[in-house]
Design a protein around this ligand. Structure first.
Ligand SMILES: [Zn+2]
Length: 375
């Protein structure tokens, strides 16, 4: 059982919450609940937003990685840092949580290939080429579609769309090192530019289906087909707002009711997504009614399977990076409910194993094959 996107390091650990403790009710994840949920492999997202730039983003990414190193070091019987498919198998055999690292946001390499190399050497096995912010070398879905998910307003001007020459160098170096290219959050121009450039299968570490929920960073049918053709995998995101097409509108209505608070937080120069998170927490009662049924999450998985088959889909829940989960899901402890729901829809055990992790492991292996070995 593999989950390819969890934000607990940036949303909890970096703020002083310790996942060695029971954080039920405070977070979606902690070490004990990973076990309860039957998770064998967790990719921890290394994340900072665009407020971090030159001279700060790379450093912050390293500090965040240090926090995971420390957790693994303090819990050698429960956790293992995993940087290769062989180590992944070893951790699973020893019944330890296989901890992998994914860096979410190309801005953390600060336009430097040596920083990319350094993140790889410290254990990062995927880089999400952009977060919502574009880099100088790759445009994001948010900027390409000019829509701010929190306000619904157009976002900043783009200097270029897709990959630049440097962006293609980043992709080439990742292919050579054996680092997976994560295309969640990137715009369609960047997506197709990568497809033309990469020699390895791509990963979408936490993305859902546009046909069911047309939001700026979900995947259109043609993109899903392109991923299948490339041999990659789409790990479905559990965020209510990426599953249910009514969610964003109803959420904006709630925030509109509390606009005086929102505006005063804006005066404090908070980022719009931080304000949204804060409001969602404060008005949890109102947000509760917006949660879609768990069956809608299964619909997204089902849609991809019906379009291209069961070999190109998996789970990238985005736990602790999202304010709302479908009904019945409280946190990482509830992954078995997804297995149960898939069985209920008549999925075979073979296909379920692929969705729960087999497909991701295939992509991970394909990326690490025939690479120049890092020392
Ligand atoms: Zn994300």
């Amino acid at each position: 059982m593999v989950d390819t996107h969890n934000d607990v390091l940036s949303s909890a650990t970096m703020h002083g919450l310790n996942i060695e403790n029971d954080l039920t009710g405070k977070t979606h994840s902690d070490i004990a609940r990973f076990k309860t949920g039957g998770i064998d492999v967790q990719v921890f997202s290394i994340f900072c937003d665009e407020a971090f730039g030159k001279y700060t983003a790379f450093q912050f990414a390293n500090i965040e990685m240090d926090s995971l190193y420390a957790l693994v070091k303090r819990n050698p019987r429960k956790m293992m840092l995993v940087t290769s498919p062989a180590l992944l198998q070893k951790a699973v055999r020893q019944k330890k949580l296989a901890c992998m690292i994914g860096v979410e946001g190309g801005h953390m390499i600060e336009d430097r290939l040596d920083y990319l190399d350094s993140l790889y050497r410290r254990g990062a096995r995927y880089l999400t080429l952009t977060w919502n912010n574009s880099t100088a070398w790759a445009s994001s879905a948010k900027d390409e579609t000019s829509s701010d998910p929190d306000t619904g307003m157009p976002s900043g001007e783009l200097k270029h769309k897709g990959l630049t020459d440097f962006g293609r160098q980043v992709v080439k170096q990742m292919n050579e090192m054996g680092m997976m290219i994560d295309l969640s959050h990137v715009g369609e121009h960047t997506f197709y530019d990568v497809m033309k450039t990469t020699t390895k299968p791509v990963l979408l570490s936490h993305s859902s289906v546009y046909a069911i929920c047309p939001v700026f960073r979900n995947l259109k049918d043609e993109q899903i087909k392109a991923v299948a053709k490339n041999g990659g995998v789409i790990q479905v995101n559990f965020y209510s707002g990426f599953l249910d097409s009514n969610y964003q509108r109803r959420r904006r209505e709630i925030f509109q009711r509390h606009r005086i608070e929102r505006d005063s937080l804006k005066q404090l120069s908070w980022q719009s997504y931080t304000i949204s998170e804060w409001l969602a927490k404060k008005y949890a009662g109102e947000m509760e009614a917006l949660r879609p049924p768990l069956s809608l999450l299964i619909d997204h998985i089902d849609y991809i399977v019906k379009l291209v088959g069961a070999d190109y889909v998996g789970l990238g829940a985005d736990m602790d990076g999202i304010e709302s989960l479908p009904q019945e899901l409280k946190g990482v402890e509830d992954f078995p409910k997804i297995t149960k729901a898939l069985l209920g829809r008549g999925y075979s055990e073979k296909d379920i194993l692929k969705i729960l992790g087999g497909n991701f492991i295939r992509v991970f292996k394909a990326n690490t094959k025939n690479v120049l070995q890092a020392k």
